[in-house]
Write a protein that binds this ligand. Structure first.
Ligand SMILES: CC(C)(COP(=O)(O)OP(=O)(O)OC[C@H]1O[C@@H](n2cnc3c(N)ncnc32)[C@H](O)[C@@H]1OP(=O)(O)O)[C@@H](O)C(=O)NCCC(=O)NCCS
Length: 322
């Protein structure tokens, strides 16, 4: 099938110029792949992309053979940062040379965009082998990340633990959002994840990060009833949070778990995660997933200790200093 189209040369075209009907076969295949590999319902994200495409406001690149679109990558620009929002090639065409062509083109386009000084991406659908050199390597930092999953049936037997200091657990409420932005910034100061996502480095950035996970479907639908925070009884301040979303009617996703540095190693992370998992189980989730940077050993130890297992490894790529 691929061979017939490959008789013509691959071509990069502006995504803005692609008709929705030409992207639909890719989105249909991609929806199936997200479901199969990650128990993730990609349909709301695909619908959003279709709507942007319809009004010619989806920017990025498409890979075409003749009239057939076989891959796409879209971008979002936020201030001085360009984000590669999604990257997908039809299975028949997902080989390193085409992936490099598409990735190189979108990165180059962003590098040429006035005002853009940094590019971030987390490419869960990239097939390239880990050793493959990537485009614009002189400006690139790569962090590999795990996609982990737990069968929620395992969470029912996890023992409740009282952290080593007095805390009150509360369900997520909007009035804590500002305090949580401060918590996120403090928790990720000097942390590898703030190299991957620079929103963690500042309070306005953390506010933006929270708004994104609460309002937009990129990380699933925010699930307040499964999100828990901890208040330090002595200070009255939020000292830890675990946020959840639903990525399908039967799968949850932990979008954030972080604890103030001064409150760590007191089993608060464990207890927040346990309560969140239990709430997701009761909401009908049979699996819960999360992503974690491979070098974040403290977090990985915690996740493995409760029963999470790694399903996939994918790269987080950052181009800076160009
Ligand atoms: C990762 C993070 C959330 C862990 O929070 P924490 O409150 O320090 O973690 P806990 O105290 O609950 O767990 C710490 C230890 O208890 C262990 N533990 C967890 N559950 C346990 C249980 N039921 N019984 C015994 N030990 C347990 C953990 O494996 C871990 O072991 P260690 O001491 O050998 O490291 C915290 O370090 C943090 O906020 N880091 C920065 C942000 C971050 O990386 N978030 C994760 C992004 S994916």
């Amino acid at each position: 099938m691929a061979a017939r189209f490959e008789a013509s040369l691959p071509e990069i075209i502006e995504l803005q110029k692609v008709a929705v009907s030409d992207l639909d076969p890719l989105l249909a295949e991609e929806i199936g792949v997200w479901q199969q590999r990650f128990a993730w319902d990609f349909r709301p994200s695909a619908e959003l992309l279709r709507r942007f495409l319809q009004i010619h406001s989806l920017y990025g690149c498409a890979l075409a053979f003749g009239s057939r679109i076989v891959g796409y990558a879209y971008q979002v620009c936020e201030g001085r940062k360009g984000l590669i929002g999604d990257f997908y090639l039809l299975r028949d065409f997902a080989r390193p040379s085409y992936e490099m062509l598409l990735l190189g083109s979108i990165v180059e386009g962003l590098m040429r965009t006035p005002g853009i000084r940094r590019i971030e991406s987390q490419l869960m659908m990239l097939h390239m082998p880990i050793a493959q050199p990537l485009p614009f390597g002189q400006h690139l930092t790569r962090h590999d990340r795990y996609f982990m999953e737990i069968d929620t049936a395992l969470t029912d037997r996890l023992p409740a633990v009282a952290p080593d200091f007095r805390v009150t657990f509360l369900p997520w409420a909007e009035r804590y959002q500002e305090e949580i932005a401060h918590l996120v910034t403090a928790a990720y100061r000097g942390h590898v994840d703030s190299d991957i996502n620079d929103q963690y480095r500042t309070i306005p950035g953390a506010r933006h990060f929270l708004m994104n996970i609460i309002k937009f479907p990129g990380c699933g639908n925010f699930f307040p009833a499964g999100s828990v925070l901890a208040i330090d009884d002595s200070s009255g301040r939020v000292c830890g949070v675990c946020l959840a979303s639903m990525v399908s009617p039967s799968s949850g996703h932990v979008t954030q778990l972080c604890i103030l540095p001064s409150a760590r190693k007191a089993r608060l992370g464990y207890e927040l995660l346990r309560q969140c998992l239990l709430l997701l189980l009761r909401a009908g989730c049979s699996t819960v997933s999360l992503t974690v940077t491979c070098t974040n050993v403290d977090a990985i130890r915690l996740y493995e200790s409760v029963g999470f297992r790694t399903l996939a490894t994918f790269p987080a790529l950052v181009w800076d200093g160009f």
